[in-house]
Design a protein around this ligand. Structure first.
Ligand code: SF4
Length: 584
């Protein structure tokens, strides 16, 4: 059976520990060198000598992984980052005239795969000591697959690639100057005016790149990609930092740019958006931070359903033990015999030129209320008022409740995760720590965590505190779709088990649909005014919100997941006419 060893030397404490691990390896005890402490102090494992006994990963579970691979992976990989490092076994293939999505968990090699297609990473076919790969090697490697044709065209110079990277927040570190100057430099189509209109960038064109928000940076990066003359456009996570309205707008924009001569590849974790943008999808599976495989391409509906089902029949691969299913009908209106745990009436708050106003509303025990609305309409301000972080200018709030609050922007320090989450490790190991996979982060400092890791720690921090009401502001940000689905289950179970309540602000429609009993909808003009309406039951709240967005949702008959109807399709028109924007 093929086997790989993954070693994270940064997680091994000292030389003494490394020599100890080498000493307990049964193969080393026979005089061979399976585990070696190299001259530079790094620990390495010879995958050919390793018998997979499992002793060393037990001794250093955070640093060493020994993985038995399926027999079919006894083949050359496409790329390996180095000895005992991540391996990628295949790459996705863009379809001409199609938008193709890539769906998979973080750490499974999505970004590596698209960087290979974009020419930003040269594949080494498992030999990390070799010099640069040439295209003939690539073509030979993919002989007989669709990727062969793709790389042949790249070699002949027939395919030009434009690529939007995942981490738009890094752009200001390498690019200086005004937004308009950045866009002018790449405007090969002479369409700067049109594109900045469509992506609503006009108001920030004269701002410095370092001064614009995450959402504006995302749209500027999309514009910079689209302005290039290319045959393949790659968008790595194009909707992070965007609210739902902007996500729908960007999706329509990307769909509209496809023609019979170009291709688009999209990596996206918001499943409603991925479903809406793409025609086709590749699933990526394997083992996080160890190895990744790209599935054959599937029509997008089928691909997402297979993903939720956790089993790829054609490839006989199970990558999740259980299926994810959505409720068939919106939650039945709960009759509240109990007193509201908190309520508000005619709240008003002025912050500079922005005014927030609310009607009358309340939250009851054992309720999860989703909050939907555009960026800049005061969602975070309202949450802060309920959490007593901000004081309202006018209106009543009954503070009968103890509140625990997870803010939208997370603060870092050099504290260790295990110290910050003492209570969670002590009281909620099975409810929070294990399902959110936090154990492996326990000895990391907060300022060493990735965005997704920090998000999980912040959520656990919020939930570990005793409270009647938990306020979670954008908990799905930085998480992959799998983590979002797990998180919604963790929160639901936690709230139900404790008999408490939660308010969840988020822009992922599937996440909100899955987790919420009721909805609060924010209306108004971004940065000018915001109005808090609701809580409504799911159907009324979604109808109100979707009508404003101009989209209708239907349920997928197999999984019950929400899907956006094609604009002006028969179903879209019928649902709009009958006022059932949520689903018929
Ligand atoms: Fe040695 Fe492999 Fe066993 Fe680790 S798993 S102790 S490397 S034989």
């Amino acid at each position: 059976m093929p086997r790989i060893a993954i070693v994270d030397n940064e997680k091994l404490k000292d030389l003494q520990q490394k020599h100890y691990i080498a000493g307990i390896c049964p193969v080393n005890r026979t005089g061979k060198e399976c585990i070696k402490v190299e001259a530079d102090g790094k620990l390495s494992i010879d995958e050919h000598l390793c018998t997979g006994c499992g002793i060393c990963p037990k001794a250093a579970p955070l640093a060493i992984k020994i993985i038995n691979l399926p027999e079919e992976l006894a083949k050359k990989p496409v790329h390996r980052y180095g000895e005992n490092k991540f391996i990628l076994y295949s790459v996705p293939t863009p379809g001409l005239g199609k938008v193709t999505g890539i769906l998979g968990v973080n750490g499974i090699g999505k970004s590596t795969a698209i960087k290979i297609l974009a020419g930003a990473v040269k594949p080494n076919f498992g030999d990390w000591t070799s010099a640069e790969t040439d295209y003939d090697q690539l073509i030979e490697f993919f002989k007989g697959s669709e990727a062969q044709g793709f790389f042949e065209k790249i070699k002949k110079g027939e395919i030009k690639v434009a690529y939007k990277p995942q981490q738009v927040d890094l752009i200001p570190k390498t690019t200086k100057g005004k937004v308009i100057d950045l866009l002018k430099k790449v405007d090969e189509k002479n369409e700067l005016k049109k594109i900045s209109n469509e992506l609503q960038l006009n108001d920030v064109l004269n701002n410095d790149i370092s001064e614009i928000s995450g959402g504006e940076l995302q749209r500027a990066a999309i514009a910079a990609t689209v302005l290039k003359n290319a045959d393949l456009y790659i968008f790595d996570e194009p909707t992070s930092y965007l609210d739902i309205k902007q996500r729908i707008n960007v999706s329509r924009f990307i769909k509209a740019m496809i023609n019979e001569n170009n291709s688009v590849l999209v990596v996206e974790h918001d499943l409603v958006i991925l479903d809406y943008i793409c025609d086709l999808v590749h699933l990526m599976y394997g083992k996080e931070d160890a190895y990744g495989i790209v599935s054959g391409v599937k029509p997008v509906r089928n691909g997402i359903n297979v993903y939720l089902g956790g089993y790829i029949k054609e490839e006989n691969v199970r990558f999740r033990d259980s299926k994810i299913k959505f409720a068939e009908k919106p939650p039945i209106k709960k009759k509240h015999t109990k007193e509201a745990i908190t309520s508000w009436e005619n709240v008003e708050k002025k912050l500079g030129n922005f005014t927030l106003k609310s009607g009358k509303g309340s939250i009851h025990k054992n309720e999860i209320i989703g909050i939907l609305g555009e960026n800049g309409t005061g969602k975070t301000t309202f949450v802060k008022i309920l959490a007593s972080v901000l004081k309202q200018d006018k209106g009543e709030i009954s503070h009968k409740v103890k509140v625990s609050y997870k803010p939208q922007y997370l603060e870092v320090s050099d504290e260790l995760v295990v110290d910050v989450l003492k209570n969670a490790f002590h009281k909620y190991e099975n409810q929070i720590v294990h399902p959110l996979n936090i154990v492996q982060l326990s000895l990391k400092k907060l300022n060493e965590l990735s965005g997704g890791e920090l998000q999980k720690v912040a959520i656990a921090y919020c939930l570990q505190n005793d409270a009647d009401l938990y306020l979670l502001d954008e908990p799905s940000a930085y998480l992959d779709s799998e983590q979002r689905l797990i998180l919604s289950k963790v929160i639901r179970d936690f709230i139900e088990h404790k008999g408490v309540s939660a308010l969840i602000v988020d822009h992922d429609l599937l996440f909100i649909d899955y987790i919420s009993d009721k909805l609060i909808v924010f209306e108004g003009k971004p940065a000018i005014e915001g109005n808090v309406t609701g809580p409504f039951d799911m159907e009324d709240g979604m109808n109100k919100f979707l009508k404003e967005l101009g989209i209708t949702l239907r349920r997928d008959p197999e999984t019950n997941r929400p899907r956006v109807n094609k604009l002006d399709s028969r179903l879209d028109r019928e649902q709009k006419e009958s006022g059932k924007y949520y689903y018929a």
